[in-house]
Structures are given as structure tokens and as C-alpha cells.
Design a protein around this ligand. Sequence first.
Ligand code: ATP
Ligand code: MG
Length: 189
Amino acid sequence: MTDAIIVENIFKKFETVPSVSGVSFNIRKGELFGFLGPNGAGKTTTINMLTGLARPDSGTIKIGGIDCTKNPRAALHLIGVVPDESNLYPELTGFDNLCFCAALFGMGKKERRTRAGELLKTFDLAKAADRKFGGYSKGMKRKLTIAAGMIHRPDILFLDEPTTGIDVAAPGNCGKSSKPCTGPGPLFF
Ligand SMILES: Nc1ncnc2c1ncn2[C@@H]1O[C@H](COP(=O)(O)OP(=O)(O)OP(=O)(O)O)[C@@H](O)[C@H]1O
Ligand SMILES: [Mg+2]
């Protein structure tokens, strides 16, 4: 099976603090890959390097066959990112937040409304679709943030601490919804 993600010996330091030291792994298409470690181990920094938010000091990163070492943003079209802290707008409703994210990926009006409705239903948030995101509970915020990361049906989905604060059924919904949208792509968290 083809490797969707190849990471070879990546290092990252912040001033004198080593954050990631010599991490290597391969993730195949269709694989669900969990990345565990204690606080401060470098999980978020690794995800940031894989998703174009940080550049490794050395080492190689390939996403979907694209070498992202020199250009960390070269494979952005293939990936969805769910950060550990929500990046959504508190003043917008759940529905409008998803439509806004969809617009950033160039989706047309009809398509973004359909996709937003579909994801709200999948994550059991349809009843809260017209409520402001700022008033959502912690778990509801987490679920909408995950839905936003999947809005453009990415091949590869990166989730940083995806299950924090959400009910037991929600990770299953994420998996269910990711299949039709990620196809053979892996989930990384
Ligand atoms: N922007 C930054 N500036 C300085 N140091 C940083 C920065 N980002 C991360 N670090 C340091 O790099 C190390 C790894 O941090 P990182 O956030 O990647 O850990 P983590 O495994 O995600 O931890 P957690 O489980 O707490 O989320 C820590 O020592 C952290 O303080
Ligand atoms: Mg982290």
C-alpha cells in the first residue's frame, strides 16, 4: 500500500528548547494513526510541521507524494486540520462558521450550504445550527471545530487532541463522516 505521509528524522528547536528530536514514521493510505505522548512531548509541533504551520529545522516531510520540506504549504490542498484550540468565530452561528470555512476553500454557495448541513447532522448539531458558536458547550465547540476541518473533504485529516470534552459517540461520527470524504486517506491524531 502507498505511503500517504512520510516523515524522516525531523527536528525542531524553539531558541534553545528542543521540541521535536529525530521523529520518523510512515503512514499508509487508509490508516488511522494515533500519536501519543506526555504534555510537551512535541505532538502539536509535529502536527504543525506536517500541516504547514511550522518548518522543521532539518529532516524530510512528504504528504501525498509531495515533498513539503522546502515548501511546508505545498500539500495544503490535500489536508484538513483540526487544531487543539478552536479557530472558529464566536459571533457566527454554527452553520455560518461552516459555510465561511467552505468559502475559504472555494466551494460554491449551494455546495457549502449542503455540506454544512450534512456535517451538522453527522455531528448531532443540527438543532444548534442557528445558534452562535460562542454559546456552544465545550464538547459542541469541539465537534463543530472537527466538522470545519472536514468541510472540503480532505484526503488526510489531522486532529490535535480530537476527543477532549466530547461525548463517546462523537469520535465514531467523525470516523463515519470521514470515510466518504477522505476516501482512502488516513486520519492522523
Ligand atoms: N512557539 C513556541 N515557542 C517556544 N517553545 C515552544 C513553542 N511551541 C512549542 N514549544 C515547546 O516545544 C515543546 C513541545 O510542545 P508541543 O506543544 O509540541 O507539545 P505537545 O506534545 O503538543 O504537548 P501537549 O500534550 O501539552 O499539547 C514544549 O517544550 C513547548 O514548550
Ligand atoms: Mg499539544
